[in-house]
Write a protein that binds this ligand. Structure first.
Ligand SMILES: Cc1cc2nc3c(=O)[nH]c(=O)nc-3n(C[C@H](O)[C@H](O)[C@H](O)COP(=O)(O)OP(=O)(O)OC[C@H]3O[C@@H](n4cnc5c(N)ncnc54)[C@H](O)[C@@H]3O)c2cc1C
Length: 596
C-alpha cells in the first residue's frame, strides 16, 4: 500500500476542485485526486453561462442578483451566504477573464451577457442580462482554463484514482483512502485537510442530464462516516432535456428567445408566468410542462413538448413581448446568429435526434439535473455536522456536492458555475490557512480497514443479483415517485423499493475478480452509493409535508413557512435514516410568495 502526505487533499477535479486547488496550492502542499481525467469532469458539459451582475449592457446590481437567488430558492437559501456569493460573483468572473477564459464579447469588448431564468431587473420584474458566457460551451472553457492554471502552478494530480473513504481521527480530518484504477492498488493519503468536490448524483433518476460519473460518491462516503446530508429532497428537474435521452438543451436557448410550445401550438408559459414567461425558474417550468402533458396537451398527446428557437418563431414572440436590444432597437435574430450563439446545441440535436433546431422545434421533457442538497457547509466551505452548525476540523466541501446553502429549494441557472468558483476559492483558502497552523494528524492503526471491508464484501459476493437490473429499478421508481411531482403514497413506494434493492444488492454479482481497471467493481461501488443517496432522498422528501421549490407535492400543494422553513439533515444510522432539522439563516429578505 503506497502512502502519500499532503497538507491539502482535494477530491475532484471539476470547477470546484480545481479552483480550490489553485488557491490552496499558493501556500500549502496540495494534491488533487480524481476518478476521471480532470478535463472529463462534468463542469465541461455546462453550456449556458455563469451569473454575475457586471451590468455590461444594462443596469444590474449584486443586491438584485442576491434577491433573485433568495426568491429562486423559495426562501430556503441561507441569505448571508447568498449575499456573499452575489457580491463575490463580479470579481470571480473578472478573475476567470484574467486567467485567459475566452468569454463571448460585446462589440465594445466587454464580456457579453444574456438573460437566464429567474434573473430579473428588480424594479421592472423583466429579465436582465446577467449570464456571462462563452457561446454554449461556458463550462468547457472554465474547466480548460482552470486546468491550465493548475498545471502552471504545479498542483500535483492523481488522475484515475478513486476515493473510497475519508479518515477522521479524534474528530479531526486525517486523509483519504483511494484505489488506483490502473493497478487496483490502495493508496493512503495522509493530510491535514480534505476538500470534497465530487459533483452531483443525478444518476439516481432514469432520465437525467448528468454524466455517468454523477454517482454521489462524496455524499455517500461522508454519510458512511456519520456526517449528515442536507436538503436531499431538493433535486432540480431541468425543463428541457432531449426527449427520452435527457441530454440537456441549455436554458440559454430561451435566453436567446426560444419559446416552449404545447401540442396545440400554444406558448403555454404565458398562463403560468405572465411576466417572465419562458424565463421563469426551472421548477416553475418543469411543473407547467408536467401539467400540460397530464392534461393531454403534449405533442400528439405524448409525454413531451417543443422548445422552438427557429428564427421566425423567435421573432414573432420577440415582437409580441416588445423585446429590445441593449441599444433600444427591436430584438430580432437570424439563423446565423442562432448558430453562432448555440453551436453545440445545434450539433447535439443533429447528432442525437436528426433535428436541425434552426428549421424545426426540439422535442423536450424535464430531466433530472442538479442536486441542491449535499454535504452541509458554511460560506467558507467548512463542513458543519449538526443542527448547531458545528465545524468538523479540516473537512471542506465545495461545488455541487456541497449544500452551503445558496440554492435552497431551487437553483437559478448560472449560479452553479458561480458557486464552484466562489466557494471553491474560499474552501481552498481556508484549508491552506488551517494547514498552516495545524500539525499532521496521526493516522488510525489500520487506515484502509473500513474501505477494504466494504470493497471486499462487494468483490467477494457470491450472489446472483444483476447490478444493471437493480440500477434500472431504482432509477425508474425514483423518476416516477420522487420526481417533478410527488405524493405520500408514491414516495413510500420508493422508500420501500429502494430498501428492498439495498437488500438485493448484498447479493450482487461482480464477475471481474481482477485488479486492473476493474470497471465492474467500480460500477457496483457506484451503485451502492446511488442506493444510499436514493434512500436518503426519498426519506427526506416523504417527511416534508409541503411544496417548496423543486419539492412539489400534489397532496400538500402550499409552501408552509410555519412548519417547514428549515433545512433537513439526514444521517445514515443503524441501517436506516434519521432526520433532524436546522433553521434557515434569514437576514434581509422576509419570506414572501413567489410570483413571476
Ligand atoms: C449538462 C449540464 C449543463 C450545465 N449547465 C450549467 C450552466 O450553464 N450554468 C451553471 O451555472 N451550471 C450548469 N450546470 C451545473 C454545473 O455545471 C455543475 O453543478 C458543476 O459543473 C459541478 O462542478 P463540480 O466541480 O462540483 O463537479 P464536477 O465538475 O462534476 O467534478 C467532479 C469531480 O469529482 C471527481 N470525483 C467524483 N467522485 C470521485 C471519487 N470517488 N474519487 C475521486 N474523484 C471523484 C470527478 O473525477 C470530477 O473530477 C450544468 C450541469 C449539467 C449536467
Amino acid at each position: 500500500m503506497q502512502k502519500h502526505q499532503y497538507e491539502v487533499v482535494v477530491v475532484g477535479a471539476g470547477g470546484a476542485g480545481l479552483t480550490a486547488a489553485l488557491y490552496a496550492s499558493k501556500t500549502a502542499s496540495t494534491a488533487v485526486i480524481s476518478k476521471l481525467y480532470p478535463t472529463r469532469s462534468h463542469t465541461g458539459a455546462a453550456q449556458g453561462g455563469i451569473g454575475a451582475a457586471l451590468a455590461n449592457t444594462e443596469e444590474d446590481h449584486a443586491e438584485w442578483h442576491a434577491f433573485d437567488t433568495v426568491k429562486g430558492s423559495d426562501y430556503l437559501g441561507d441569505q448571508e451566504a447568498i449575499d456573499f456569493m452575489a457580491e463575490e460573483a463580479i470579481d470571480a468572473v473578472l478573475e476567470l477573464e484574467h486567467m485567459g477564459l475566452p468569454f463571448s464579447r460585446n462589440p465594445d469588448g466587454t464580456i457579453a451577457q444574456r438573460p437566464f431564468g429567474g434573473h430579473t431587473n428588480n424594479d421592472t420584474g423583466k429579465p436582465v442580462r446577467r449570464a456571462c458566457y462563452a457561446a454554449d460551451r461556458t463550462g468547457h472553457m472554465i474547466l480548460q482554463t482552470l486546468y491550465q492554471q493548475s498545471i502552471k502552478n504545479k498542483v500535483k494530480f492523481f488522475d484515475e484514482f478513486y476515493v473510497i473513504d475519508l479518515l477522521i481521527v479524534d474528530g479531526k480530518t486525517a486523509g483519504v483512502i483511494a484505489l488506483e484504477l490502473k493497478t487496483g492498488e490502495m493508496h493512503i493519503f495522509q493530510s491535514k485537510t480534505v476538500i470534497i468536490a465530487t459533483g452531483g448524483h443525478g444518476r439516481v433518476w432514469e432520465i437525467t442530464s448528468n454524466a455517468y460519473s454523477y454517482t454521489g460518491d462524496g455524499v455517500a462516503l461522508t454519510l458512511r462516516r456519520g456526517i449528515p446530508a442536507e436538503d436531499m429532497e431538493f433535486f432540480q428537474f431541468h425543463p428541457t432535456g432531449i426527449h427520452k435521452m435527457g441530454i440537456l438543451i441549455t436554458e440559454g436557448v430561451r435566453g436567446e428567445g426560444g419559446v416552449m410550445i404545447n401540442g396545440e401550438g400554444e406558448r403555454f408559459m404565458e398562463r403560468y408566468a405572465p411576466t417572465v414567461k419562458d424565463l421563469a425558474s426551472r421548477d416553475v417550468i418543469s411543473r407547467a410542462m408536467y401539467l400540460e402533458i397530464k392534461d393531454g396537451r403534449g405533442i400528439d398527446g405524448k409525454n413531451y413538448l417543443y422548445m422552438d428557437v427557429t428564427p421566425d418563431v423567435v421573432n414573432h414572440y420577440a415582437e409580441i413581448d416588445d423585446r429590445k436590444n441593449p441599444d433600444g432597437s427591436p430584438y430580432r435574430v437570424t439563423a446565423d446568429e442562432i448558430l453562432s450563439k448555440l453551436p453545440d446545441i445545434i450539433d447535439f440535436c443533429e447528432t442525437y435526434i436528426g433535428i436541425n433546431p434552426i428549421a424545426d422545434p426540439m422535442p423536450v421533457q424535464p430531466t433530472a439535473h442538479y442536486a441542491m442538497g449535499g454535504i452541509p457547509t458554511n460560506k467558507y466551505g467548512e463542513v458543519v455536522v449538526d443542527e448547531k452548525d458545528t465545524v468538523l476540523p479540516g473537512l471542506y466541501a465545495a461545488g455541487e456536492v456541497a449544500c452551503v446553502s445558496v440554492h435552497g429549494a431551487n437553483r437559478l441557472g448560472t449560479n452553479a458555475l458561480l458557486d464552484l468558483i466562489v466557494f471553491g476559492k474560499y474552501s481552498g483558502l481556508k484549508a491552506a490557512e488551517y494547514s498552516a497552523r495545524e500539525p499532521f494528524p496521526d493516522l488510525p492503526k489500520d487506515p484502509a480497514a473500513f474501505a477494504m471491508q466494504q470493497l471486499d464484501s462487494i468483490r467477494n459476493s457470491n450472489g446472483n443479483e444483476n447490478m444493471i437490473e437493480i440500477a434500472d429499478e431504482m432509477k425508474k421508481v425514483m423518476f416516477e415517485h420522487v420526481g417533478v411531482f410527488r405524493v405520500e403514497e408514491g414516495m413510500q413506494i420508493a422508500v420501500d423499493k429502494v430498501r428492498q434493492l439495498k437488500e438485493r444488492f448484498k447479493e450482487v454479482r461482480v464477475d471481474d475478480k481482477g485488479l486492473k481497471f476493474n470497471n465492474n467493481l467500480i460500477e457496483a461501488w457506484e451503485l451502492s452509493n446511488l442506493l444510499d443517496i436514493a434512500e436518503v432522498t426519498a426519506v427526506s422528501a416523504l417527511a416534508r409535508t409541503e411544496s417548496r421549490g423543486a419539492h412539489s407535492r400534489d397532496d400538500y400543494k402550499k409552501r408552509d413557512d410555519k412548519k417547514w422553513l428549515k433545512h433537513t439533515l439526514a444521517w445514515m444510522e443503524n441501517g436506516g435514516v434519521r432526520l433532524g432539522y436546522k433553521p434557515v439563516h434569514i437576514t434581509n429578505y422576509k419570506p414572501k410568495d413567489r410570483s413571476y
